[in-house]
Design a binder for this molecule. Structure first.
Ligand SMILES: Cc1ncc(COP(=O)(O)O)c(C=O)c1O
Length: 400
C-alpha cells in the first residue's frame, strides 16, 4: 500500500477515537509539594531502594533510612527516562513519542486489540505456529482469529506472503496482522523482503511485528525492524525486557510505532500502568553498563546454543532435526521413532518423564502446526544445558 494512504483513524474503534483520556495528577506537575494525587506524604510503610552489588546485580533493599524510589508517589505515567534510554539502545527510533510502555508485551498485545477491534465483529490474522497470546487475547475480547500458516516445509517457518496479503486484503474485518520475528516456537527471523511486501500491500490495517527475541538474532542474519517504523505508519514493533535483559519479573513491554498510534495507546491505558520499581530496574538495565552486560550475556547464550546445545542434541538417538532458524534463546527439537518419523508419542513421554521424575521442564510443542514431535528447549546455563543433554540421552537411549 502506498504508505501515504494508510489511515490510522480508519482502523481505530470509534469509541477510542472519541475517548477523552483520564488526566492523572502526574500529567501536569511532578515537582514541588505534591498534594494533588492523594498520595501519602509520610512515606511508604516500607522504604525500598535499588542498588547494584560488585557484580552489577540489582539488589532490592528494604531500609529504614532514605527512600530513593519515592514509592509513596505515583510513577511517571509515560516512563520518560526509560524511553530516553531505549532510544540509546535503538537509535533508529525517531523519538520517545514513538515508544509505548506496557506491563509486559502481553499488555501491549491486549491494548492493540482493544483499541482497534470491535468485539463480535472484527478479526486478527495470525501465522501458526506462533505465540499463543495473540489468540487468547482475541478470544478474551471476542475478536475472530484468521489463520494463515507459515510455510513449514523442512522447518522453513517463513511467511506465506501471498496468502497473508490475499487473506488480509479480502477481509476488511481484519484489523491486525500478527507477525513474530524471531518466531516462537520457531526461532526464525522473518525475511525483510517478506515483511516489506506485507507492509507495502493494500491491507488497510496494522502490521504488528513481535520482536521479543530480537537480541538473540545472529548479526549476519539481520537486526530489529524497529528501523522501519519511521518509514511505515502501518507498522508497530513490540520488544520486551523479559528475554535478553533477563527481567521477566518486572513486566515491561516496549511498543514502537507512529506517534499518532502511541498517543492513542497512551490515552487508553491505565494511567500508571508501569510501576516505579519496574521503571527503576529497567532504567538501570538500559544504562551503559547494563547494555554491556546484556550484550555479553547474549553472546554467551548464542555460544551455548550454537556450539553446545544444538550439536549435542543432534548426536542423540531419536533426535531427527533441529527445526527453525535458531535465532532465539531456545531450540525446537524434533523427536522421531525408530523409522525416523516425527513422534508426538515419544516426545510427550520424554517431556512428562523429565518434568515428573527428573526435575527438568521443557515445553512440548508437538500439537503446534508444523511442529510434530517437537520439544522446545530454552538455552539455559552451561550446567543446565549439560543436564538436559544427559537426561535426554538416558531417556532416548532406553527407547527402541
Ligand atoms: C513472542 C513472544 N511475545 C511476547 C511474549 C511475552 O512477553 P512479556 O513477558 O513482555 O509479556 C513472549 C513470552 O514468551 C513471547 O514468546
Amino acid at each position: 500500500m502506498p504508505v501515504s494512504s494508510f489511515d490510522l483513524k480508519r482502523i481505530l474503534r470509534p469509541n477510542i477515537l472519541r475517548l477523552e483520556p483520564y488526566r492523572c495528577a502526574r500529567d501536569d506537575y511532578s515537582e514541588g509539594i505534591l498534594l494533588d494525587a492523594n498520595e501519602n506524604s509520610y512515606g511508604p510503610a516500607y522504604q525500598v531502594e535499588i542498588s547494584q552489588d560488585s557484580k552489577g546485580h540489582e539488589k532490592l533493599q528494604i531500609r529504614s533510612g532514605a527512600n530513593d524510589l519515592s514509592l509513596h508517589r505515583y510513577p511517571d505515567p509515560l516512563g520518560r527516562e526509560v524511553k530516553a534510554r531505549i532510544l540509546k539502545l535503538r537509535p533508529s527510533i525517531p523519538s520517545t513519542d514513538n515508544i509505548f510502555l506496557g506491563v509486559g508485551s502481553d499488555e501491549v498485545i491486549d491494548m492493540l486489540v482493544r483499541i482497534t477491534c470491535i468485539p463480535g465483529k472484527d478479526a486478527v490474522l495470525v501465522t501458526p505456529p506462533t505465540y499463543g497470546m495473540y489468540k487468547v487475547v482475541a478470544n478474551v475480547n471476542d475478536v475472530n482469529v484468521v489463520k494463515v500458516p507459515l510455510v513449514v516445509d523442512e522447518g522453513a517457518f517463513q511467511l506465506d506472503v501471498d496468502a497473508v496479503i490475499r487473506t488480509a486484503v479480502a477481509d476488511p474485518t481484519i484489523k491486525i496482522i500478527w507477525l513474530c520475528s524471531p518466531g516462537n516456537p520457531t526461532g526464525t527471523y522473518l525475511r525483510e523482503e517478506d515483511v516489506r511486501r506485507v507492509l507495502d500491500s493494500s491491507f488497510q490495517g496494522l502490521v504488528v511485528l513481535d520482536e521479543a527475541y530480537v537480541d538473540f538474532v545472529r548479526p549476519e542474519r539481520g537486526e530489529s525492524y524497529a528501523r522501519l517504523v519511521a518509514e511505515y505508519p502501518n507498522l508497530f514493533v513490540m520488544q520486551t525486557m523479559s528475554k535478553s535483559f533477563g527481567l521477566a519479573g518486572i513486566r515491561l513491554g516496549v511498543g514502537i510505532g507512529s506517534c499518532e498510534l502511541v498517543s492513542y495507546l497512551n490515552n487508553a491505558k491505565a494511567p500508571y500502568n508501569v510501576s516505579t520499581l519496574s521503571l527503576s530496574v529497567a532504567k538501570s538495565a538500559l544504562s551503559d553498563d547494563g547494555l554491556v552486560k546484556m550484550r555479553s550475556v547474549m553472546q554467551g547464550i548464542q555460544k551455548q546454543r550454537d556450539e553446545f546445545l544444538i550439536p549435542e542434541l543432534l548426536r542423540l538417538p531419536h533426535v531427527g532435526a533441529i527445526l527453525g532458524g535458531n535465532d532465539a534463546n531456545f531450540v525446537l527439537c524434533r523427536i522421531c521413532d525408530s523409522n525416523g518419523r516425527a513422534s508426538n508419542e515419544i516426545a510427550k513421554h520424554v517431556y512428562s518423564e523429565m518434568a515428573e521424575n527428573r526435575g527438568l521442564v521443557v515445553r512440548y510443542r508437538g500439537s503446534d502446526y508444523g511442529c510434530e514431535g517437537c520439544l522446545r528447549i530454552t538455552v539455559g546455563t552451561a550446567e543446565e544445558n549439560a543436564i538436559v543433554i544427559e537426561t535426554l540421552r538416558s531417556l532416548l537411549s532406553a527407547i527402541s
